[in-house]
Design a protein around this ligand. Structure first.
Ligand code: CP
Ligand code: NVA
Length: 306
């Protein structure tokens, strides 16, 4: 059976842990796995901009012995209406796996349904599961493990990062709290799914309105852009409702003494996070960015050898 990774719950708790173990191994010994030796090619398609995802997949696939084919959708028929299912059938004839950054989750699901090679979600409107693998690796490194730890995300509770923290964090046995303003709550179906997973892993999920209450005693505090890719022109005022959710030194005083701060980047310094926190002792954001490479190499290796 072909395994895809479109949402965080496409890996069971045991499988997620295996991938993170492998990521730690590959971080120590960067060329230990060569699943794409040949080289076999991996397509990496972008329908939205990227820095980290693009470079970490490109470098990572090369380090796994493969050949990355980076595709900017605007320069292909992807960007001008070729059926996604037809494109999936064609790509499956050329490459060993397909990684895609896109808009609607349904579009990536359609691609996966027609693909005979693994498909990886490199960010959609709904989820950013590769980022959460990197974040969980960072939490393991900094705090010694994920189970039983409290992770609070403050900001846009309806965005891809919030949803992936809910589902991926619950899978890792974490207590996940989302602190968001009215009108920016997570999708109730995602909260329900995360709660179901948490019941099995010993974690929990909570959605809160008060940022200080959300952060109180948290081991991990995570921020993300207030305006996600694709929302720039929607006319919504985000600055006013999100300002109380800024991750600054004052908010961080309520977190656990040894709390760490995560941000998937790019950061809008002075908006969702201050310079003092980004560059301060609690910040793990650059380890987090590095860990994209190791986590994705582990994921790709796991998917093609599963
Ligand atoms: N965190 C992240 O996905 O960054 P990019 O948008 O630069 O890929
Ligand atoms: N929520 C952000 C994440 C960027 C990596 C976005 O979708 O733009």
């Amino acid at each position: 059976m072909i395994r895809h990774f479109l949402r965080d719950d496409d890996l069971t708790p045991t499988e997620q842990s295996e991938v993170l173990d492998l990521a730690a191994e590959l971080k120590k010994d960067r060329f230990a796995k060569r699943p794409f030796e040949g080289p076999q090619s991996v397509a990496v398609i972008f329908e939205k901009p990227s820095l980290r995802t693009r470079i970490s997949f490109e470098a990572g696939i090369a380090e796994l012995g493969g050949h990355p084919v980076i595709i900017d959708a605007q320069t292909t028929h992807f960007g001008r209406g070729e059926s996604i299912a037809d494109a999936a059938r064609v790509l499956s004839r050329y490459v060993r796996a397909v990684v895609i950054r896109s808009h609607a989750d349904a579009r990536v699901a359609e691609l996966a349904a027609a693909s005979s090679v693994p498909v990886v979600n490199a960010l959609t409107d709904g989820f950013h599961p590769c980022q959460i693998l990197a974040d969980l690796l960072t939490v393991r490194e900094r705090l010694g493990g994920t189970a039983g730890r409290t992770l609070t995300f403050v900001g846009d509770g309806a965005n891809n990062m919030a949803h992936s923290y809910l589902v991926g964090g619950a899978t890792a046995g974490m207590h996940v709290r989302i602190g968001s303003p009215e009108g920016f709550d997570p999708d109730p179906a995602v909260v329900a799914r995360a709660a179901e997973i948490a019941r099995a892993t010993g974690g929990s999920v909570a959605t809160l309105r008060d940022p200080a209450e959300a952060v109180a005693g948290a081991d991990v505090v995570a921020a993300d852009a207030w305006t996600s890719m694709g929302q720039e022109g929607d006319g919504k005022d985000r600055l006013t409702p999100f300002r109380p959710y800024q991750v600054n030194e004052d908010l961080m005083r309520g977190a656990a003494g040894d709390a760490i701060v995560l941000h998937c980047l790019p950061a809008h310094r002075g908006e969702e996070i201050t310079d003092a926190v980004m560059d301060g002792p609690a910040s793990a954001v650059f380890d987090e960015a590095e860990n994209r490479l190791h986590a994705q190499k582990a994921l790709l290796t796991w998917l093609v050898t599963a």
